[in-house]
Design a protein around this ligand. Structure first.
Ligand code: M6R
Length: 361
């Protein structure tokens, strides 16, 4: 049942405020400015002994993991990174007993992720699952974990599960942070930020008509470049994947900081750039990148917390805490991908060559 929407993708994009509300529900502990995550099966002593966090997932779940790794590193000050599970499996990675491994999967059935979990478990590692589908293979195989409670996602292209997974990682980062050295006041600040998310998501979705018009303007592009820096980079990666999957337009994501090391050669009027420009420590750096692109007549669409002069169009999103901004900044670009695909007459819920869960090698 699509509840009045023309596709599941559209329906699921619009369910995000509600979905985020669900992943937060019952987990916030105001007394200690932290969150309670009973299913982790990780006591405080164990949480303090973690020396590294390694997050494994595929596709969109990998991108959510990239955001999660940054949050864990920022809030808990534990070295963390994300890697495609499909790559990790084949490189005989060193399995370290002081590392917490986190497997991320919407379906909980992705074979590459499951196989990575099984290999890790066989070698005695501790593995948590961040999963949407309750009782799925990865959820059962893991030592503990969190459900992201996004509700069923039918469209092959993941939207609400991505958002909820990033929120779940914010909770994990806050929990690990407050078990270690994150202050009470920072804990409070993050909790307040988390509580603002559903309302801010609703505000972003209200801009759909404006985003639809932008999509019509850019739908003719043969290729698009997505850029972002640090917190904005995984957002650019995910937005680029969304656009390719659903519209079949070629898209490439690059760290804005790397432009001058190569991709600047591509900039010309026929290559639009979508830039993620949060109002954080890197704002001036990002502005300089926009200038470089503008100087070469590249069209620019910015997703930012305020109007960007160098951009031809800015989609203004509400500001949250710096650490939580990545949760919100990709949402308008889900709508951009959707409306581009609609304009091009694509099979939105079932893009060619793709399956909802990849349960084979
Ligand atoms: O079910 P999973 O989260 O493990 O799926 C992982 C990827 O196959 C999935 O995210 C894929 O990239 C989607 N088509 C993204 O829209």
């Amino acid at each position: 049942d699509m509840g009045g929407h023309d596709t599941y993708m559209h329906k699921e994009i619009h369910e995000q405020a509600e979905a985020v509300d669900r992943v937060l529900r019952g987990r916030i502990d105001d007394r200690f400015s932290t969150v309670r995550l009973g299913g982790l099966n990780l006591d405080a002593r164990e949480a303090r002994q973690i020396r590294r966090v390694k997050i494994l997932g595929c596709g969109t779940s990998y991108h959510a993991g990239m955001i999660g790794a940054q949050m864990i590193e920022e809030l808990a000050r534990i070295p963390a990174d994300a890697e495609p599970a499909s790559e990790f499996r084949y490189r005989n990675a060193v399995v370290d007993p002081d590392t917490l491994y986190v497997a991320v999967s919407q379906s909980g059935e992705t074979y590459d992720v499951l196989a990575a979990v099984q290999e890790l478990k066989r070698k005695g590692a501790r593995v948590l699952g961040v999963v949407n589908v309750v009782g799925s293979a990865i959820a059962r195989e893991a030592d503990g974990g969190m459900y992201v409670h996004a509700g069923p996602e039918v469209c092959v292209v993941s939207t609400k599960c991505f958002t909820n997974t990033t929120v779940a990682f914010a909770l994990l980062a806050l929990h690990l942070g407050r078990t270690r050295d994150l202050s009470v006041s920072d804990g409070k600040r993050i909790i307040e930020g988390l509580r603002r998310l559903p309302g801010q998501i609703a505000e972003i979705l209200e801009q759909e008509e404006e985003i639809r018009k932008l999509a019509l303007q850019y739908a003719e592009a043969r290729s698009m470049l997505f850029i972002g820096r640090v917190r904005g980079y995984p957002v650019a990666r995910e937005a680029s994947l969304k656009l390719k999957e659903v519209s079949y337009i070629h898209a490439e994501a690059y760290p804005a900081s790397e432009l001058k090391h190569g991709p600047l050669a591509l900039i010309e009027p026929a290559l639009p750039t979508v830039a993620i420009v949060p109002d954080d420590e890197l704002l001036e750096k990002n502005r300089a990148a926009l200038e470089e692109i503008k100087a070469r007549s590249g069209p620019i669409m910015a997703v930012a917390h305020r109007e960007q002069e160098k951009a031809d169009h800015t989609i203004v999103v509400p500001k949250n805490e710096n650490e939580l901004d990545p949760i919100l900044m990709g949402i308008p670009l889900q709508l951009l991908a959707y409306h581009t695909a609609l304009a091009l007459g694509r099979d939105i819920d079932k893009p060619r060559n793709l399956a909802k869960s990849v349960t084979v090698e």
